[in-house]
Design a protein. Sequence first.
Length: 397
Amino acid sequence: MELYHGELYWDTTWERQKFDSRERKELYDIAIIGGGMSGALCSYVLSRENYSIVMLEQDRVGGGSTSANTGLLQFSNDIMLHELIEQIGEEQAVEFYHSCKKALEQLQDVAENALIDVNFHTRESLYYASTVEDVERLRKEYEALKKHGFPVEFWDSKQIEAHFPFTQPAAIVTDGDAEVNPLRLCVGAIQYAYEKGMDIFEQTEVLEIKDSSSGAVLRTTHGEFTAKTVVVTTGYAPTPEVSIPQKDLKVTYAIATKPIKDLSFWTNRMMIWETKRPYLYMRLTDDQRIVAGGLDQNIDELPSSEETAKQFDELKKQLKVLFPHTAIEFEYEWTAVFGESTDELPVVGRHPEEPNIYYLIGLGGNGTVYSMLGAHLIRDELLGKSNANETILEIER
């Protein structure tokens, strides 16, 4: 399955390395299928528990959707807290949001322990009302976040105008979010696990999983592997052994500008997004670029070159409307497939019929945060610890 088209900016920031081959073990504690962001963070978390782990990646680590990720990390989600409360109840919704906030702190831990600089920076986020009609909805979200202890402010149009060269009807500003180079984060997490003994087999496609009471045998293009537990982290690509009924594939678009010398107009290097759907979102990079994305479409495969060009032009137009006095030149543009669930939450947990197979599918626009949260949920399940998100995110919910 082709997951992206175009010229990826993040690929220019990292010279890919080949992991030295090791002799495979007769039996592993854990086999992780997939070397993208979910697999990387899962390997980081589980390697700290001293499991023997093997990672099986059909292509190259970090080479799928991770390379097309825009690297915004936020505790707020595509579904607002007050809306999630209506959907699953206050206790579970607030617990999930607090878990996302904690996942951001855990991602900072990954960044600090990675063997390379992953360009992780804590940031505020500006979430603005796209229309006057959205102000009431944004006010409800502010009140819900404030009530439950999240760091948030409510800005009116004058406050927005005082901080940016544009204005909008209203916004909330959250603190404790972050930006990252997603490719370097993925590779850094995998390098960490590799140094702790994890074996990595790239160009190794899993063809079949045979589960039994004693473990699982994985038939691959490079022979068989045996593991007590299997964690499937294949993201938006087809998922072995079980269909994910909640998974709905979409296409998104992203662009990166050339470096901009003076970004003083961009207060506190905030990350920016909006209430309309599909929404525009943007951030800055270490080398002074704007990365922007959005215009998501409900199609399950990459579009034609004509449609892609049209969407890129619209993205560029929207960016220039927000920053009319800045000379912006564009250098990279790409389109990618991503997945969402019907309830806008990730899918994490044990296979409903195969007790040794777990799934960590970070569906949605907050996939990296979800993957960090999900990695800890799976760790807790393997260690026999309770986790409040277990029933919220289970496959058959």
